[in-house]
Design a protein around this ligand. Structure first.
Ligand SMILES: [Zn+2]
Length: 314
């Protein structure tokens, strides 16, 4: 049981945000004695305050509360407000319907939406496909003169050419190279005559991207002193994806599958966020409910002390 594990954690180690048992009490118990070394945060703030002000301030703090019944009463009433708040929160947390549980239920609903979105995304939709001619990719050439790469190859009658932007060399030797820019070669003549009208634009877009991937890969291989690939054809730029059936690039990567994976990752992150938020809500509910009896006892003690002081001052 997940909640049991969360609830069994040592709740004492976690400082409550709104608590009657926080700095106020600790400070009050220490403030009876003169402070040799003020707490770190106080020391930090004190450095910006002039010396005489520091002395005046610390004099105020050191003054024993019991000397002045009115000051003591003011402190007690302040603590009473905090204890009352804790008691009210505790009562709320012990009720069947409470804000923490309400928020947890809303988070559960969001989780269900994420789960159903994920179930829908994980279904692999069949992507459109149409093969292209196995036309040879010829005369591969990569030129690295002056550290500016140009890549060229022929497909059919088209001469394709890419260049790195000219300002590359001027910006010094950076590790990341600029994207290649196509300066010649048209994609349209590569489209097969029998491609259905509805697939013309998607296939052209795929080939544009796939040609760019090939040019970039050729440049990177040349930069790594690797030999140019041989026997490449246009068909290698548009093979069917084994998962979704759509087009893949020359490196076997599929855009539709990459988008699906990214969406699944996004949904998983969302699911984890919702799960931890829900756990926090229920943990907080448990913590507040657990503190109710202590808060009530505290409240009673403070009330007794206030009554005693008020009687004495009458
Ligand atoms: Zn795919």
């Amino acid at each position: 049981m997940v909640w049991r594990r969360i609830f069994n954690r040592d709740s004492e180690s976690e400082k409550p945000q709104y608590s009657a048992f926080s700095q106020d009490d600790e400070h009050a118990s220490h403030s009876v004695q003169p402070l040799e070394n003020p707490p770190a945060n106080e020391a930090h703030a004190a450095r910006r305050i002039p010396l005489h002000m520091q002395q005046a301030l610390s004099g105020q703090r050191r003054k024993p509360e019991t000397d002045d019944p009115q000051a003591r009463l003011a402190t007690l009433r302040r603590r009473r407000t905090a204890a009352l708040y804790d008691a009210e929160q505790g009562e709320m947390a012990q009720a069947e319907d409470n804000p923490w549980r309400e928020r947890a239920e809303l988070l559960t609903e969001s989780l269900e939406t994420v789960e159903s979105d994920r179930a829908a995304v994980i279904q692999i939709d069949k992507q459109p496909y149409h093969p292209v001619e196995p036309a040879p990719i010829r005369d591969l050439n990569v030129d690295l003169d002056n550290d500016i790469a140009t890549v060229a190859f022929d497909i059919g009658k088209e001469r394709f050419r890419w260049e790195e932007p000219r300002d590359w060399a001027e910006r010094g030797r950076q590790v990341i190279r600029d994207d290649l820019v196509r300066t010649s070669g048209a994609t349209d003549p590569l489209l097969p005559g029998d491609v259905p009208a509805a697939l013309r634009d998607p296939l052209r877009a795929h080939l544009d991207a796939s040609l760019f991937v090939l040019a970039t890969d050729l440049r990177d291989q040349a930069l790594n002193d690797e030999p140019m690939p041989t026997g490449l054809t246009l068909a290698d730029l548009a093979r069917p994806c084994p998962k979704c059936g759509g087009w893949t690039d020359v490196l076997g990567r599929c855009q539709a599958c990459a988008r699906r994976h990214a969406r699944i990752q996004q949904l998983d992150q969302e699911r984890n966020r919702l799960l931890s938020e829900r756990a926090e809500e229920l943990e907080e509910e448990h913590r507040m409910a657990e503190r109710l009896s202590i808060a009530r006892r505290r409240l009673a003690d403070i009330d007794t002390e206030i009554a005693t002081l008020e009687r004495a001052s009458m």
